[in-house]
Design a protein around this ligand. Sequence first.
Ligand code: PEP
Ligand code: MG
Length: 892
Amino acid sequence: MNKKYVYMFDQGRGDKRELLGGKGANLAEMTRIGLPVPYGFTISTEACNAYYDAGKTISENIRQQILESLQNLEQQTGKTLGDPENPLLVSVRSGAVHSMPGMMDTVLNLGMNDETVEGMAKLTNNPRFAYDSYRRFIQMFSDVVLKVDGFYFEQLLEEVREEKGYETDPEMTAADWQEVIQGYKELVKKHTKSSFPQDPKEQMFLSVEAVFDSWNNQRAIVYRRLQKIPGHLGTAVNIQSMVFGNMGDDSGTGVAFTRNPSTGEAKLYGEYLINAQGEDVVAGIRTPQPIVTLQNEMPEVYEQFVDTCNLLEKHYQDMQDIEFTVERGQLFILQTRNGKRTAQAAIKVAVDLVEENILSKREALLRVDPDQLNQLLHSRIDDAFVRNPLTKGLPASPGAATGKVVFDADEADRLAKEEKKVILVRPETTPDDIHGIVAAQATVTSRGGMTSHAAVVARGMGKACICGCESVSIDLKEKRFKVGETIVKEGDVITIDGSTGEIFLGEIPMIDPQLSEEFQLLLTWADQERTLGVRANADNPEDAKKAVEFGAGGIGLCRTEHMFMDVARIPIVQQMILADTYEEREVALSKLLPMQQEDFEGIFEAMQGRPVTIRLLDPPLHEFLPDKEELLVDVTKLQMTSPESEELKQKEYLLRKVRQIDEFNPMLGHRGCRLGMTFPEIYEMQAKAIFYAISKMRTKGIDVKPEIMIPLVGHVNELKEMRRLVINAGVQIEQETGEDFDYLVGTMIEVPRAALTADQIAEEADFFSFGTNDLTQSTFGYSRDDAEGKFLQSYIESKVLPENPFAVLDQDGVGKLVETGVKLGRGTKPELKTGICGEHGGEKTSIEFCHEVGLDYVSCSPYRVPLARLAAAQATIKHELRQSVAEFQAQK
Ligand code: PEP
Ligand code: MG
């Protein structure tokens, strides 16, 4: 029996890519499921290889099979190739196993000749269209098949246009196109020494050969080499009947989504034009009709189209974006693909498809990109707005905001109290600026990266923030900033988009955040799937409440230094730092203790018994003191104006102190547990405040089990000592109150030595929390405050690094330390609780990694909690899917 080389579309299948190529397999699949795709046949990749084996000739056997298939196609369509009364026109396209876009050749409108063009002119009642199609065919065929350079045709067309005084093609009339056709035919004769082939079958075979040949053209070979596609695969050729939407008022063309791509509403959404080609819809010359009116104009077609949409959605289990054409009352689907959609639509479609029994809940969970959820939790710039940003920085915290520019935190605070909307613009922020960040709609800094102070604080509060915007040159004295030649003064209005890092002049229309029922439902499904806990980083009762509202299971990091920054407390904190004696420091600490206790009570109350991880003081002390340079300026001025004043004495004293504690490398300096080791009374005060707060909560019937966390431990002895200090404080308050406290003492793992000696550290720890901000800083040796502004961005752009490691966990390096830390720690203490509280805890790929290495929870800013819940669910599902594939393969 003869080997089969040619397959009608209804003889193939979607899984026969090797034989039919990607496009052929797809067309076969669409035909198989009953879609009205324009009919045709596929000449297999094996035929391509046979063509080459036979010295680039199509064997008689294959030739016969092609002719039989053509006959079949003619019967099915009722049209005949070359019939002037009712001509069949076809496209001839390549179709490799792996997509090689634009690398091989295509011929459209094949079957046109001097006679069929007349038939087309009559049938469409549009001679201009017919002649234009014919001249396009001659041009394409000559270029692809006859190898006459397209340039000659372009040149001729240009000449005719000029002669007629036209600027563009649409001005050409039918007679003009006839003239061009004549010229084209002469060109062919001149270059090939023979006439343009008029026999459509000859056209077809020549085209098939040309497509086979194009498998080995220069660009295809180079592309294959680059993409590592084997050269022996060959290409298939698809011959498909052309359909025309411009054959009268019973024809048309359009595009439609099976659901609304903006809202997700389960209602057809799209438009069409009667008696038109696809180009007419795109060109926008005529205004298309909304798809619903097709119901009145062509009721049967509409009904069939609706059925087709349902079929397609069921088959592809997703919302489809469909191109269709109606030719003399008959519907054809030209293309279908999964439709692009907004975040809101993505969620609604996924949830609805579950309710319609098309998707399972797990499949639906995988359909929504966790990053998209951010869009829904923050205001954003209206999609319709055409973006023309003034400049761009790092997208440090999502959301969009508009306001008047201010350059000072106090000013921001003052104006906000007057209900004014402001945007705080600073070279960088320090803990001193917190009230300004709180008061402003958004913050912009010209320095600092994704884990800089401004970024972390703004994310925690769900406020938009752009960092490291180096092109913004700020003049604090003149109260203005410059971007190139543009000057923005205090009080000028700007809009920022923290999701893209863009800054715009003036006010821009916004869309408010929406939390739909579907959104909540999807997250409940996520909670049922995930095994990874999700906590929040929160430092005050408001953030804690937000965290609970967004579904956090507890607090994974409460940074106590943020509480020290309250304007009312700063003088007491400074008193504590500046104290020369233990006794002096005790006075300040005894004032701070009740304040801290109140803070903890507020948080415990908001968390209603959920776990709360409280980290004892972490940053270098100079962060709480005035700026050294500002002090120096003040002192110099005072020395000149009032050399005897009390103020000068005070400032000189302060300057001396600031100089004493000043460090070259504060990030590697006297911070974290090193502070607790040298000033144990500070940690002791904090521990006592926690215990008093537990006792107070009990009177309100709230049971609290805090997790007290020691930062920046590098050696087990540090933790041993700090743990003892906390426990002693606990015993003391237990004796005082007569109560028993249930709590944990653990550590952050945020320097490489801690991860590498985690087995020893675990002896003293009830839990580990990976501080991957510092761990990234200390593993790479990149300053987390400077690297992004200085060189990291260019590293990322030039692909030295694949991602910003402060935003996306570097799994190969930092991740290896996390994994090592977990293994070593659990080797010592199998029940050791582990989590992550660096910024990576709110990033989807890092969350998946955390799941894979067996962490118990991730902790991130409250506004990222929904994202983390979904990403954690996806991590569980993906892991299980991978596992079942592996098991299946092992069984085989
Ligand atoms: C960290 O280092 O990852 C961390 C959470 O602590 P901070 O950002 O406060 O240094
Ligand atoms: Mg840290």
